[in-house]
Structures are given as C-alpha cells and as structure tokens.
Design a binder for this molecule. Sequence first.
Ligand SMILES: [Fe+2]
Ligand SMILES: [Fe+2]
Length: 184
Amino acid sequence: MKEEDIIEAVKQFAKQTEARPNYYETHLLPTMEEGERWCLKLGADCFVVRIACLLHDCGYSFLDSWEHHEEAGAAVAKKFLEEQGVPEKIAEQVAMCIRLHDGKVTENDPIECRIVNDADIIAYYKFIGEHVKQWIEGGRTKDKTIAFHINHAKMHWNDLRVKEMKEYAKQYYEEALRYLEAMR
Ligand SMILES: [Fe+2]
Ligand SMILES: [Fe+2]
C-alpha cells in the first residue's frame, strides 16, 4: 500500500473515532498540519508524525473519561495500522508518540514524539474558541469551561518540548489566554 493511501485510511479512521462532533476538523487535522510543517523543518519522519497526529486522541472514543486516553489510543492505533498492513516498526513508533503525548514525552524521546506532543498543544491554542464552544455545546457551564481551559492552556505551556516550536507557540498561547480572560 502506498503511503498516501495509508494516510487516507488513517484520516477516515480518525473521523470515525473523533472525540466529539467537529473534533477532526478543529483539532485532529490542524494537529497534523502543524506536525507536518515541523517535521519538514526538523528532519523528522513525516509519515510517522502525520499518522500519530491524526490518531493521537483516538483513545477518547473508547473511554468514558479522558484519563489514560494516551494508552488506549496507542493500542487502538497500533491494531488499526497493523490491519492496514503498516510495518510493525512504524506502527510501534506511532504508538509510542501517542502514548507519550499530553506532556509525557521527555527531551530524550524521539523527535517525532516531541513534535506530535507540541503540535497537539499548538493546534489546541489556535483553535481554543472551538474547544470552548464544543464544551459548552456538550452541556458544561461557561464558567467551568473557561476556568478549565485557562488552567489547561497554562499547564500545556510547560509541556512543550521542542525549543523552536515553543518559540512559535508563544504568540498563540498568549492569544488563547487573552481570549479566555475576555470571556470570563
Ligand atoms: Fe490528547
Ligand atoms: Fe489532542
């Protein structure tokens, strides 16, 4: 199977397993686009990064809460990729990136994993308004939603692991915080 055919299959699977309506368009695809740009600049394996970005949150749809969605997502993604005929080594690299996203990655982990981790955070900052909207539409109160995201945005600032990506993220982090503060 060609790489582009695999990416197409992964995109379909990411849509089917999106955490909530519009999550693919407002988070998974933007994370992939962010990851793609940085893997070209930083010389990482783009195939691994693109797949891991698209599937990084697929664990959500198999759980009642988001706790441990990294572990669940890594297992689901690995099984799906092996069914698609993706070599085990690549499936394992993708699974590792998913397992380590959400701040569990360290400076010593592969560059692909650090890029996926940071791309997730940058895409989150860029689409903060959409996340807030989706949370409120999902039945949470505005106050709770805003308070959670202010905390979450600040926490993720300390989770960024690629120097160049953190420098780039600064503007979007500050914009996200300004947006959230203005909504209070
Ligand atoms: Fe996540
Ligand atoms: Fe995410």
